[in-house]
Design a protein around this ligand. Structure first.
Ligand code: GLC
Length: 532
C-alpha cells in the first residue's frame, strides 16, 4: 500500500467568514480577520481550512448566491487579501480549500441578467427556463419556479428565487465552470468543498433531482478537466445520496471525489418525510447503526468525512448533548465522532463547545428560517411550536458570531454584529476556554494529537459494542495487533457498564479523570473515554 494521501490524515476546520472575526469593525467577519486567527487554528492542530464562500454576492444566502466567481466580496476584502490568506495558511504548513457553488448562481450574476433578457440570448440556456411550472418545491419552501416578467417564462431554483439553478446540460456553461475552477486551482488553492453537488445531474422534466441521471457524467468530466493530476482534495456535499452511492463515488482507481458529506445521520431527529422542522427525539440506536453502516461500508474502499455540524446544522451540544453538561457533552461528541475512520471536520466554535441560540423571530437573519416561519404560520401552526422548531433547527444557531473573549460582542467586533452574539459569551469564549484545564479546546488539542500519533484511528476497522444500549455509543477499532475502545454516554444520569469482557488496559483520553477503570464502571453524565 502506498503512502495515504494527505487529506486522509488531515483535520479540517470550517470557517463561516461572516461570523468568524471582524477586522474593520463593520460587524461583518472578513478575510483579514481570519488571517489574524490563523495561529489559533494552528495551535488547535488544524491542517486544512475550508472557507465558506467569500465571492462577490448580494448575500441573500450569505454568499451561497454568487454574483461573480472571480472576485471577493468587498465585505470580506479583496483578491489580494485572499492571496495573502493563502500564503499565510501555506506558510504555517496548512492548506486551504474553497467552497464551490455551481448548482446555482445569484440572480445578480451577469449570466442570469443576460439570460433573462430574451429567449435568444446566448446565455439563455445557462439556466432552466420553461413555459409552465411543474409541482416542485424549493428546498427552502415554496415553489421552485418563479415567473420572470421580461420573457414571461419561469426559471427553476431549488433554493431561493434569488438562486437560479444552472443548466449543466448546456456545454458552454460547463466550459465556463471548468475555466473558473482551473483559475482558482492555478492560483494555488488546495481543493474544494462542493456545494450540493449531487444536484448538478438533475433532469427536471423527469422530476429527478438529487443523484440525477447525469451526475456521474458531469462529475467525471469535471474531474478530468479540472482535478486529475493535481494534488488537491475534493469533498462533495451530497445530501441526497445513498451511502452505497457515496461509496461508489469515492471508491475505485479513479474516484470522482475524494470524499463526500453523506447525510444519513443528519435527519434522525426529524419525523421521516416531514422535513427538518417536524421534530422527533433522537433515537440513539438509529444514530449508532447509521454510523456503523457508514463505517463498515467505507472501510474497504471509499472514504468518509466525519462531521456532525456545519453552518447549516444546529450546534452539537444543544442538539445531541446537553447545555447543562456543556463541556462534558462537547468532549463526548468529539470523541465519538473523531474516534471513527475518515477525515474529521470541525465547525468553527465546536472546539470551544459553542451552543445554539433562542431569539425573537425578528432577530433571525437566515432566509430559510424567515421563509419557514411564514409558511408554518400560513399552515396554521401554533406560534410556540414554530418557535420550538426554529430554536432547535434554525441555521442561525451555528452562525452567531464566534465568541473570542469577554469583551463587548465577544471580541468578534467592536461594532454591533450582523447577527446577535450568544449572550452566554461571558462564560463561554475561546480565551477562557483555552486557559481552563477543563476546557473543550485543550481536550480537542489532545484528541487531535492522539489521532495523529496512532495510525489505528486512520486504518482500524469498526465494531459497535453495547449495540442495543439506548444511551451509550461504544465501539472498538482494530488494526494489526492493536485494539482501542471508545465509549460515550448520551445520558445526564450515571450509567453502570459491565466492561469485564473487553480486556481494557488503560484510559488514554477521557473527559472525567475521577472515573477509574474497573470491570464494572459507573460513567458520569456524558462520560467519554478512549481505552487501549
Ligand atoms: C448548501 C449550503 C447551504 C446553502 C445551500 C444552497 O446546502 O451548505 O448553506 O444554503 O447549499 O447553496
Amino acid at each position: 500500500m502506498g503512502q495515504a494521501p494527505w487529506w486522509k490524515r488531515a483535520i479540517v476546520y470550517q470557517i463561516y467568514p461572516l461570523s468568524f472575526k471582524d477586522s474593520n469593525q463593520d460587524g461583518l467577519g472578513d478575510i483579514p480577520g481570519i488571517i489574524s486567527r490563523l495561529d489559533y487554528l494552528k495551535r488547535l492542530g488544524v491542517d486544512v481550512i475550508w472557507l465558506s464562500p467569500v465571492y462577490r454576492s448580494p448575500m441573500d444566502d450569505n454568499g451561497y448566491d454568487i454574483a461573480d466567481y472571480y472576485s471577493i466580496d468587498p465585505i470580506f476584502g479583496t483578491l489580494d487579501d485572499m492571496k495573502r490568506l493563502l500564503n499565510e495558511v501555506h506558510d504555517r504548513g496548512m492548506k486551504l480549500i474553497m467552497d464551490l457553488v455551481v448548482n446555482h448562481t445569484s440572480d445578480e450574476h451577469i449570466w442570469f441578467k443576460e439570460s433573462k433578457k430574451d429567449v435568444h440570448s446566448p446565455y439563455r440556456d445557462y439556466y432552466l427556463w420553461r413555459q409552465e411550472p411543474t409541482q416542485v418545491d424549493s428546498i427552502f419552501g415554496g415553489s421552485a419556479w418563479t415567473l420572470d416578467p421580461t420573457t414571461n417564462m419561469y426559471y427553476f431554483h431549488l433554493f431561493s428565487k434569488r438562486q437560479p439553478d444552472l443548466n449543466w446540460h448546456h456545454k458552454p456553461l460547463r466550459e465556463a465552470i471548468y475555466t473558473m475552477v482551473n483559475w482558482w486551482l492555478d492560483l494555488g488553492i488546495d481543493g474544494f468543498r462542493m456545494d450540493v453537488i449531487d444536484l448538478i445531474g438533475k433532469n427536471i422534466d423527469q422530476m429527478k433531482f438529487a443523484d440525477g441521471p447525469y451526475l456521474h457524467t458531469y462529475l467525471k468530466e469535471l474531474y478530468e478537466r479540472c482535478f486529475e493530476g493535481r494534488d488537491i482534495m475534493t469533498v462533495g456535499e451530497m445530501p441526497g445520496l445513498s451511502i452505497e452511492r457515496a461509496k461508489e463515488i469515492t471508491h475505485g482507481e479513479h474516484p470522482l471525489l475524494d470524499m463526500v458529506f453523506q447525510f444519513a445521520h443528519v435527519g434522525l431527529d426529524e419525523v421521516p418525510g416531514q422535513g427538518k422542522w417536524v421534530l422527533k427525539k433522537l433515537d440513539l440506536l438509529e444514530f449508532k447503526h447509521t454510523f456503523e453502516t457508514l463505517q463498515k461500508m467505507m472501510h474497504d474502499g471509499g472514504w468518509n468525512s466525519l462531521f456532525l455540524s456545519n453552518h447549516d446544522q444546529p450546534r452539537v451540544v444543544s442538539r445531541y448533548g446537553s447545555e447543562l453538561y456543556r463541556k462534558a457533552s462537547a468532549k463526548m461528541l468529539a470523541t465519538i465522532l473523531y474516534g471513527m475512520q475518515g477525515t474529521p471536520y470541525i465547525y468553527q466554535g465546536e472546539e470551544i463547545g459553542m451552543t445554539g441560540i433562542q431569539m425573537p423571530i425578528k432577530d433571525y437573519r437566515d432566509l430559510e428560517t424567515k421563509q419557514i416561519y411564514d409558511i408554518l404560520k400560513q399552515k396554521g401552526w401554533d406560534e410556540r411550536d414554530i418557535m420550538r422548531s426554529i430554536y432547535a433547527k434554525s441555521r442561525d444557531n451555528s452562525r452567531t458570531p464566534f465568541q473570542w473573549n469577554r469583551k463587548d460582542y465577544a471580541g468578534f467586533s467592536t461594532h454591533e454584529p450582523w447577527l446577535s452574539v450568544n449572550p452566554n459569551y461571558l462564560s463561554l469564549n475561546a480565551e477562557d476556554d483555552q486557559n481552563d484545564p477543563e476546557g473543550v479546546f485543550p481536550y480537542y488539542q489532545k484528541l487531535i494529537q492522539l489521532r495523529k500519533t496512532h495510525p489505528i484511528f486512520d486504518e482500524g476497522d469498526f465494531m459497535l459494542i453495547f449495540k442495543d444500549h439506548p444511551l451509550v455509543f461504544a465501539y472498538q477499532r482494530k488494526y494489526q495487533e492493536k485494539t482501542i475502545t471508545v465509549i460515550g454516554s448520551f445520558s445526564d444520569q450515571p450509567i453502570t457498564l459491565d466492561l469485564s469482557s473487553l480486556n481494557l488496559k488503560q484510559i488514554i483520553q477521557t473527559n472525567d479523570e475521577t472515573v477509574t477503570l474497573s470491570p464494572l464502571m459507573t460513567l458520569s453524565p456524558y462520560y467519554t473515554a478512549i481505552f487501549s
